[in-house]
Design a protein around this ligand. Structure first.
Ligand SMILES: Cc1cc2nc3c(=O)[nH]c(=O)nc-3n(C[C@H](O)[C@H](O)[C@H](O)COP(=O)(O)OP(=O)(O)OC[C@H]3O[C@@H](n4cnc5c(N)ncnc54)[C@H](O)[C@@H]3O)c2cc1C
Length: 393
């Protein structure tokens, strides 16, 4: 058995785990990250992420802003298209903020590089991760790597291991409440080697379901389309994908959709989930391990960043002055913001998607909402401030 001792053992090398480890390191707190995948396998999430200004600042403060500032695309607004009309939500004017469009794979690469530069330890390809003595002040994480057994003794463990979190599963059922909502559809995501049809995100609501144009770069387009949760991708040859996108945008894009080679096609389900509380003894949960939401509001990564910003600050207070106040308040502090983001994502999903059980009444409710947003500065401002990101604290 190979043993290590650190202040904080982090499980999961996604954005939450890597960023937390970087922030702790900069505050002189020792940590290791334990990841079940290989180093290159964590870079496969290559969807574009809308990053809030507060998240960009948190990344910069952690020394991770350089490539993001250079290669990220500033986004000052996005649009809704509904019943033959388009309406732009001007984030800059209404909320005084802009967002940054950046690939999540590039962000993860930046985080991996930053950890490597500071000689941070990440145990890649760790199998069979186990948790021990979580309710005590001497918890541990055990795992196997290349046929050897490892044990990490720490003061705290942080579960940053995503939606199917093993850390969350290690909490006794009677100490955790899961609030969930499933949606009767999923998103088909399509990456194509063509110029995108829109300069900004356009959420086009159609009777057959949402289509979303998300620019990836001037020469690469990422489109999303609402589909059935169990959609078979074999039934979607490229020609059908393009026909469906053209129909759903219905002339609402900035320019005609350019058809071309589709290099990536996948289907992701939607689920809203909040785990409450986000702490059990010496274990904290952060990021998707603690909450998931539909991608409609572009909030998952941003919440992961705000969770670890709040947790890093709390752990720094604990290790530098022995104060428990912020770690004791961690769950409540995060959940206040998380529930607001859950509400916004749930609302954006309701507003822009076609639900299978919708009646003409429901569709007219969406239409009325759209009319309200077009006609009311207050309604548009409320959307803008939620989309651009509420303050972290
Ligand atoms: C199509 C799409 C578009 C999106 N767009 C946006 C957007 O515009 N803006 C936004 O804010 N968010 C967006 N998101 C959400 C965002 O990708 C996630 O919220 C974010 O990745 C969460 O980061 P995380 O580190 O908490 O979890 P993850 O990224 O899931 O990382 C978890 C890590 O833990 C590892 N792991 C899992 N189990 C174990 C185990 N047992 N032992 C060890 N390691 C383990 C995993 O391999 C993984 O590396 C989008 C998501 C999708 C799918």
């Amino acid at each position: 058995m190979i043993t290590h001792r650190v202040d904080v053992a982090i499980v999961g090398a996604g954005p939450a785990g890597l960023l937390l480890s970087q922030m702790l390191d900069m505050s002189g707190i020792t940590s290791v990250v334990v990841e079940k995948l290989g180093r290159s396998d964590v870079l496969t999430r290559n969807h574009p992420a809308m990053i809030e200004a507060a998240s960009v600042q948190a990344l910069r403060d952690a020394g991770i802003g350089e490539r993001l500032s250079r290669d990220g695309y500033p986004q000052t607004g996005f649009e809704f298209a509904f019943s033959g009309r388009r309406h732009r939500i001007d984030l800059q004017r209404l909320a005084g903020k802009r967002m940054t469009l950046y690939s999540q794979a590039d962000l993860t690469q930046d985080l991996v590089d930053a950890r490597q530069k500071r000689a941070g330890t990440v145990f890649w390809e760790a199998r069979n991760v186990q948790f021990d003595a979580l309710e005590t002040e001497t918890p541990a994480v055990g795992f196997e790597m290349r046929d050897r057994a490892y044990r990490i003794d720490a003061r705290f463990i942080v579960g940053c291991d995503g939606a199917d979190s093993a850390a969350r599963a290690a909490i006794p059922d009677d100490r955790l409440t899961l609030h969930t909502r499933d949606y009767p559809f999923a998103w088909m995501s399509v990456l194509a080697e063509v110029p995108p049809a829109c300069e900004e995100f356009v959420y086009a609501s159609h009777d057959d379901g949402l289509a979303l144009c998300a620019m990836r770069s001037p020469t690469r387009a990422r489109y999303y389309m609402q589909v059935n949760p169990n959609e078979n991708l074999d039934a979607w040859p490229d020609r059908r994908v393009w026909d469906e996108l053209v129909k759903r945008f219905g002339g609402h894009a900035d320019r005609d959709l350019v058809r071309g080679p589709i290099t990536d096609k996948s289907v992701t389900g939607f689920r809203s989930m909040v785990a409450e509380p986000m702490r059990y003894g010496s274990l904290f949960l952060a990021g998707d391990a603690a909450h998931t939401l539909p991608h409609t509001g572009a909030k998952g990564l941003n919440l992961a960043i705000s969770d670890v910003w709040i947790l890093h600050r709390a752990l720094a207070a604990y290790f530098t002055s022995g104060s428990n106040a912020l770690i004791d308040a961690y769950s409540e502090t995060c959940l206040r913001r998380i529930w607001k983001a859950e509400r916004f994502s749930w609302w954006m999903t309701w507003f822009t998607h076609a639900y299978p059980d919708f009646s003409s009444f429901d569709r007219n409710m969406q239409r009325a909402e759209f009319e309200y947003v077009i006609g009311s500065e207050a309604a548009a401002t409320a959307i803008a401030e939620n989309y651009a990101g509420l303050p972290i604290l």
